[in-house]
Design a protein around this ligand. Structure first.
Ligand code: CS2
Ligand code: MG
Length: 413
């Protein structure tokens, strides 16, 4: 490309953080401006880091960082082996960093480069969990008192052998941790679909009795049901008017969603494990879902996720980006800019910012207030990365649990 007046001079990857192995990419330019991106592939963090270091960073050096589209195409289209969470997390981190640089060059917050604000702040939801119903109701009340208007609810199921998804197990802290650093191999959970299907509707009933019709209630099935079970379940909980039912089935089989749609009007949210438009194209075009959950972290960054959001908009599908605590404040900010802009914004999962350690590592002026997330007008993504702070942390191997049915059959986590 002729007339280059800006060049990428170096790029570095850092792994570590408070209780998380955040993978942070920092791209430096010859103009002194730098950008940062997030490649944290939860519980497989070393892989996108290695992919960046061994294959992508050597190509980046000397490129003009302003050409974020061409650079995205270079790493996606230019590669023979495409897609997959490792490659897409690595490309995503580069893309976020380039948008950060672009915003800083323009002196504008990134959402302005998309078309400006469609709303002042974005609705978020928190995770309310309980080992039993009373525990859960208390957790919901606690979030309400902090201003949350929407909560995802997960509840322990009586006589479920070893916890269900999203709740802690006996003897554990009251929070559910999706990363376990303690074992040499993953912990095992035991799942019983029948007990879940019998009990869960009574939980929604009690929540509506106690909190009334206005609370936005979300629930994550975490891929545990078959299409027929999911259709029956979605139909049986319609009357509780959920904001969404998430991942009722493993969505590699996009056709499965047709059965659910034929039997229920419960809003369906899917996509946190997707990493490209091709994973959700059928779901969106056939209008089989209501919310798309892909995140900028595993989904190839802002450039690719924005394309998905635009496709979704013409099919009445709203956004509900994944925001589990494994997403660093960088990707949460990138999603925050998309949320402020997207005409089809739905809701944002929100758990990450707010601890003093996290704020020290990733200083930013974005903030939570009264159930909404506010994006500051700092140029770029509006988040920084403190390399000195980063020296406090090292990588620790962690795992998601694995799930078996009672008879030992492997099941979906
Ligand atoms: C969950 C995640 O946030 C969610 O909806 O499904 O917490 C998921 O378990 C983790 O992101 C796995 O890495
Ligand atoms: Mg989920």
């Amino acid at each position: 490309m002729k007339n280059q007046i800006m060049k990428i001079t170096s790029a570095e990857v850092f792994i570590g953080g408070p209780g998380k192995n955040y993978v942070t990419l920092k791209i430096m330019t010859d103009q002194g401006i730098y950008g940062i991106g997030d490649a944290t592939l939860n519980n497989r963090e070393t892989l996108p880091a290695q992919y960046l270091q061994d294959y992508l960073i050597p190509c980046l050096i000397g490129m003009d960082p302003r050409n974020s589209e061409d650079i995205w195409q270079y790493f996606y289209r230019g590669a023979y082996f495409r897609r997959g969470p490792i490659a897409m997390a690595a490309i995503g981190a580069i893309d976020m960093a380039l948008w950060d640089i672009k915003g800083k060059i323009a002196g504008l917050p990134v959402y302005q480069l998309f078309g400006g604000k469609s709303r002042e702040a974005a609705l978020v939801y928190a995770h309310a969990t309980g080992n039993d119903l009373d525990d859960l109701l208390e957790s919901i009340a606690n979030y309400q008192s902090q201003g949350y208007k929407a909560v995802r609810i997960q509840c322990g199921i009586p006589n479920m052998p070893k916890g269900g998804y999203g709740v802690s197990r006996e003897g554990e802290d009251s929070k559910h941790f999706i990363t376990d650093f303690t074992g040499a191999v993953p912990k095992e959970e035991v799942w019983d679909t029948e007990k879940y299907l019998q009990y869960m509707p009574t939980v929604f009933e009690k929540i509506r009795e106690r909190f009334g019709p206005d609370l936005k209630v979300l629930h994550d099935v975490h891929h545990r049901l078959t299409p027929r079970e999911a259709a029956a379940f979605a139909k049986s909980v319609e009357k509780y008017n959920l904001f969404w039912l998430e991942d009722p089935t493993p969505a590699e089989d996009q056709n499965a969603l047709k059965l659910i749609r034929q039997h229920s009007t419960a809003p369906i949210a899917i996509g946190e494990v997707f990493n490209s438009l091709w994973d959700c194209k059928q779901l969106i075009e056939e209008e089989l879902i209501d919310f798309i959950r892909i995140s900028v972290t595993y989904g190839g960054g802002i450039t690719h996720v924005k394309r998905i959001v635009e496709l979704a908009a013409i099919h009445h599908v709203r956004t509900g980006f994944h925001g589990a605590p494994s997403h660093s404040p960088i990707s949460m900010a990138a999603q925050g800019h998309l949320n402020i802009w997207a005409p089809n914004f739905g809701i944002q999962e929100y758990l990450v910012l707010g601890t003093p350690e996290c704020d020290a590592l990733f200083p930013s002026k974005h903030y939570y207030k009264d159930g909404m997330f506010h994006i500051s007008d700092e140029p770029g993504l509006g988040v920084d990365f403190d390399e000195k702070e980063a020296e406090r942390y090292t990588y620790k191997r962690g795992y998601h649990p694995v799930t078996r049915l009672e008879d030992g059959t492997m099941w979906n986590y």
